[in-house]
Design a protein around this ligand. Structure first.
Ligand SMILES: [Zn+2]
Ligand SMILES: [Zn+2]
Length: 257
């Protein structure tokens, strides 16, 4: 069984094809998927997916790209996270690519999410883009290692991976690792210890080769696993078993069944 550790099944492109997407998952032996929240306004739809389907799980959080949306304080985040189907806090983090002025509200929001994760004992899903130094700095300042979590859709250097691993975090690879020009990232995928590796689609974005450019979906996480197996010169089954075990070890509020 494979697990897609990060997707957005509540987004309109995917939500309208829910039955077909779940059927494709079953066909490709993708047994579970974590539906990741990007703003509080969307949380009811994310949670509803996890309540309808025993093999879908939910997170709660506000993505660093989202300006002008509800800004939950610590108490509000904790209240939303207090649900058996919610297994993680995020996605959260810093993104200076889309917010080039590197606003303070992003860092405040990130700090609040780290505090919530520590308080409720659910791990963090961290998004970082063009902001690796500040992301790691805030993780250290707020003791994010106490909550643990994953650096999702990892695209940073080996040094950043090393720093995140030192903080006890997992590293998750998306379809980007299958792209021909992702030379540096492929090397990182060879380096991360097998017991810290996760796979994801980030669907509907970033469809892996051979579906590149199309609307991504959880079934295609298998192609991410195939590429990692190829890069590491290991049997696919080994990557399948390890990434699934890692998922349920990290997101310990989710149960395999
Ligand atoms: Zn992200
Ligand atoms: Zn995402």
């Amino acid at each position: 069984m494979f697990v897609d550790s990060h997707c957005h099944l509540d987004f309109p492109d995917l939500a309208e094809r829910e039955d077909a997407i779940l059927a494709a998952m079953a066909e490709h032996r993708v047994g579970h998927a974590l539906c990741v929240c990007v703003k509080v306004e969307d949380f009811p739809r994310v949670l509803a997916l996890a309540e309808r389907h025993a093999h879908l799980w939910a997170s709660v959080g506000v993505h660093p790209d989202n300006a002008g949306v509800e800004e939950p304080d610590l108490a509000r985040l904790l209240a939303l996270a207090d649900h058996a189907r919610v297994v993680a806090i995020g996605e959260t983090g810093l993104d200076y690519y889309w917010q080039k002025d590197a606003p303070e509200w992003q860092r405040e929001r990130f700090r609040t999410h780290i505090r919530a994760a520590r308080k409720c004992g659910k791990p963090l899903i961290i998004h970082t883009r063009s902001a690796a130094d500040d992301t790691l700095r805030l993780m250290r300042e707020e003791a994010a290692g106490e909550a643990g979590g994953v650096m999702h859709c990892f695209t940073e250097s080996r040094e950043v991976a090393e720093a995140a691993l030192d903080l006890g975090f997992y590293i998750s690879f998306s379809g980007i690792v299958t792209f021909k020009n992702a030379t540096e990232l492929k090397a990182v995928a060879q380096y991360v210890p097998l017991d810290r590796l996760l796979i994801e689609t980030d669907a509907p974005y970033l469809a892996p080769v051979p579906h590149r450019g199309r609307t991504n979906e959880p079934a295609w996480v298998v192609h991410v696993a195939e590429e990692i197996a190829r890069l590491r010169n290991e049997p696919l089954e080994r990557i399948e078993i390890a990434t699934t075990e890692n998922f349920f070890r990290l997101f310990r509020h989710a149960q395999a069944h």
